[in-house]
Design a protein around this ligand. Structure first.
Ligand code: F2N
Length: 682
């Protein structure tokens, strides 16, 4: 709350200008501490006004009126700050009541390709900046990877479903503008083993700690020891984790070997010791019989001479002393032997564990790996060890929430006042220094093609669709193949190839009653093999009606795409019956299975940093493309250097990839960039 809260919500530093602000306000940047203070006070004041009431346009005039003196004393500076914040999507974005009308005279024409959240964001912004916008969308709906299944009272999100953290998240502002029913997720997640029985909490905790330790070790390996290449090949997160597990296993084996050696040494000592005892006992026996003979043959004092008698008595006495000594040694040896036996017993009883992880523990660990594969939409051995979590520092804090009324309410709200052509599949994107020509096929009226001319285009095609576009062995003629003319520059194509585009699928099961614990939003199912760890590993219950969402991640995500719905639903049902009992689980009333990889308008779920890629590939994917020089003499130098192709989408935003908020912010970013190029600085 308050001004600081509003600035934090806007992802800006409270008491510092950002590099972008310094570049846009060079005069302030040079002006010293006082100028900075004035700028920051105006900027922070405006953000506060907007965040407090994002349902109404914040006009310059109203902002100026509400700024406390002395910060209202330079209206020109206030106007500049206001324009800056508006253009870069810090104020007046989303759906809000306008006070000033949108300019009627259009200031340039834009084609936006794709009506996912990024396309809608860029469209809304450019429209309000006064440009003429048409959005072309191949599907018969908007939202792209935000897709909500609705039937009767059942609601389930087939694509994005979680708003990941509320502070700093632009979705928080949108939720104030439109009816998003945000519900915090209860993070506790009971696990059920492969046998359907609950995994004891203590066991669950121990393995989770081990999982976190393994991730820390992998990070140490990468960032401290710089172990990121094996030969010339970059190392994957999956490889690193398996190596660490093997090392742990080896360490356990080594400990066991050392322990065995200790036992053998103790046993050898005992054997030696027993030998000694045996020889002492023999000596004692010999001495005893010698003594007995001596005593038996003893000649009384008077029956022999004095010398002989003394000699005889001396022999008996020394034999007795020898015997006593040996008996003492025997007692000592027995005592020692006893101690040795005890030590051996202790060694045998307190050996190190037999293995690093029992096979059951390994499967629980695999469940955590499946969860990580879900978050990254790919197998761990596809993820770059060094860069897979490069966006971690930008994660928002605060609750993770789901949208109870379905996430599609957001894209639907963002269609307000924009010209969107559904069922329009873009086939060709031609661009040169004069502008763009977009060829689209109308999927409703077959074979009818339309060519749209504009000054520029914003491409929000998914990374999966872009990969098909730049791959040589394209499935020409059928399916969603988009041709760029001229082909995209090499640096762009390389980045498209390098960055990963993953997969993740969901199974929606709608029942007539709840048979699971209604208080838990989540429960996990531990698979029976490492290979199948991602198959229905997690169930979500977030709807107010009896709906379960099963997740299929990692390797399993691709496998389910080639299997029929019946088989997948059958697998889900057997997992549920295994946990809740045959008779407790009714037949579902409605079911949906997603196949995002096979979906020709998506070709996967979202991007990831693959082995050999890094965060800078996101920047390359975001960079606009300037057409190759036309050599036509009548064009001014300026027009020739204008970019004509701009890129937005989840795969173009380095700090917030793979998310709805990231895709949305990429749309705001591109709108600002386009306005800077085409409308000049306000
Ligand atoms: C065309 C053409 C053509 C194509 N002509 N138009 C949680 C948190 C963070 C990350 C992950 C997760 C867990 C995963 C999760 O459950 N979420 C999730 C997401 C995606 C998918 C597929 C699934 C199954 C699950 C999830 C989440 O909770 N929270 C999030 O914040 N994000 C999640 N995602 C990812 C987002 O859905 C995604 O990043 C975002 O929606 C992407 O928006 P874009 O605008 O970049 O792309 P898209 O919506 O695909 O728009 C492109 C449009 O282009 C699309 O409408 C196509 O039909 C269209 N198109 N070819 C004309 N030739």
């Amino acid at each position: 709350s308050g001004q600081e809260g509003a600035v934090f919500q806007s992802r800006l530093p409270f008491s510092k200008m950002t590099p972008n602000e310094e570049a846009c306000f060079p005069d302030i940047s040079r002006s010293g501490i006082l100028g900075h203070r004035v700028f920051l006070n105006i900027r922070n004041g405006l953000l506060h006004m907007w965040v407090d009431n994002p349902k109404t346009q914040l006009t310059f005039e109203n902002a100026l009126k509400r700024l406390p003196p002395p910060f209202d004393s330079d209206p020109n500076l206030v106007r500049r700050v206001h324009s800056f914040l508006e253009r870069h999507g810090f104020i007046n974005f989303g759906i809000f009541k306008r006070i000033t009308p949108i300019p009627i005279k259009k200031l340039g024409k834009v084609i936006v390709i794709g009506a996912g959240i990024s396309g809608l964001a860029v469209g809304q912004q450019l429209q309000q900046f006064g440009m003429d916008v048409i959005v072309l969308e191949a599907r018969d709906r908007v939202g792209g990877r935000i897709a909500t299944f609705r039937k009767n009272s059942y609601i389930a999100d087939l694509g994005a479903m979680v708003v990941t953290g509320v502070y700093g998240n632009p979705m928080t502002i949108l939720s104030k503008q439109i009816g998003m029913d945000l519900v915090p997720i209860q993070q506790t997640c009971p696990l059920y083993g492969p046998d359907g029985k609950p995994v004891p909490k203590e066991k669950d905790d121990v393995i989770e700690r081990e999982f976190n330790r393994l991730l820390e070790s992998a990070s140490y390996l990468s960032h401290r020891l710089d172990f990121n290449y094996a030969g010339n090949n970059p190392v994957s997160l999956g490889d690193a984790l398996e190596w660490i597990i093997n090392m742990q296993d080896k360490a356990v084996q080594e400990k066991r070997a050392a322990h065995m050696q200790e036992i053998i040494a103790a046993q050898t000592k005992i054997i030696e010791h027993r030998k000694r005892l045996k020889s002492i006992l023999q000596k004692i026996a010999t001495l005893k019989s010698e003594l007995q003979t001596l005593v038996r043959q003893r000649v009384p004092k008077g029956a022999q001479n004095e010398n002989g008698y003394a000699c005889q008595e001396y022999t008996i006495r020394t034999t007795q002393i020898k015997l006593e000594d040996l008996v003492n040694v025997e007692a000592e040896l027995r005592n020692e032997g006893h101690k040795m036996e005890l030590k051996l017993q202790e060694l045998e009883q307190n050996g190190p564990s037999q293995v690093y992880l029992s096979s059951r523990d390994r499967l629980i660990l695999d469940w955590h790996f499946a969860n990580l594969e879900f978050a990254n939409a790919t197998r761990l051995d596809n993820l770059s060890l060094k860069h897979w979590d490069q966006d971690d520092d930008f994660e928002f804090i605060g609750h993770h929430t789901t949208v109870r009324n379905g996430y599609s309410c957001v894209p639907v709200a963002l269609t307000e006042n924009i010209d969107i052509r559904l069922n329009s599949a873009v086939k060709e994107i031609k661009y040169n220094s004069k502008g763009v020509e977009i060829v689209a096929e109308n999927l409703k009226t077959s074979n009818s093609q339309m060519t749209y001319k504009a000054d520029l285009a914003v491409c929000t095609l998914t990374l999966g669709v872009l990969k098909v576009a730049v791959t040589q062995e394209e499935e020409t003629q059928h399916g969603n193949t988009v041709k760029f003319d001229p082909p995209l520059p090499d640096w762009k194509q390389q980045a498209i190839r390098r960055l990963g585009f993953g997969n993740l699928n969901k199974v929606v099961l709608c029942f007539d009653r709840i048979f699971w614990d209604p208080n838990a939003n989540l429960f996990g199912h531990v698979g029976s093999t490492t290979a199948s760890r991602g198959e229905m590993f997690l169930f979500w219950s977030i709807s107010s009606s009896p709906v379960l969402l099963a997740l299929v991640a990692g390797m399993a995500a691709n496998i389910v795409e080639s299997v029929t719905d019946d088989i997948i639903i059958g697998r889900c049902m057997s997992v549920l019956k295994n946990i809740f009992g045959n008779t407790s689980v009714p037949q579902p009333k409605e079911t949906v299975v997603t196949r995002w990889r096979s979906d020709q308008w998506a070709r996967g779920s979202y991007s990831y940093v693959s082995v050999g890629s890094s965060g800078s590939d996101y920047d390359l994917l975001a960079a606009p493309v300037i057409p190759p020089t036309s050599f036509e003499p009548h064009f001014s130098k300026e027009a020739e250097e204008l970019p004509r192709l701009f890129f937005a989408g989840e795969h173009t935003i380095r700090n917030y990839p793979a998310t709805v908020h990231g895709a949305y912010l990429s749309g705001l970013r591109e709108a600002g960039r386009i306005a800077d190029y085409y409308l000049g600085y306000p």
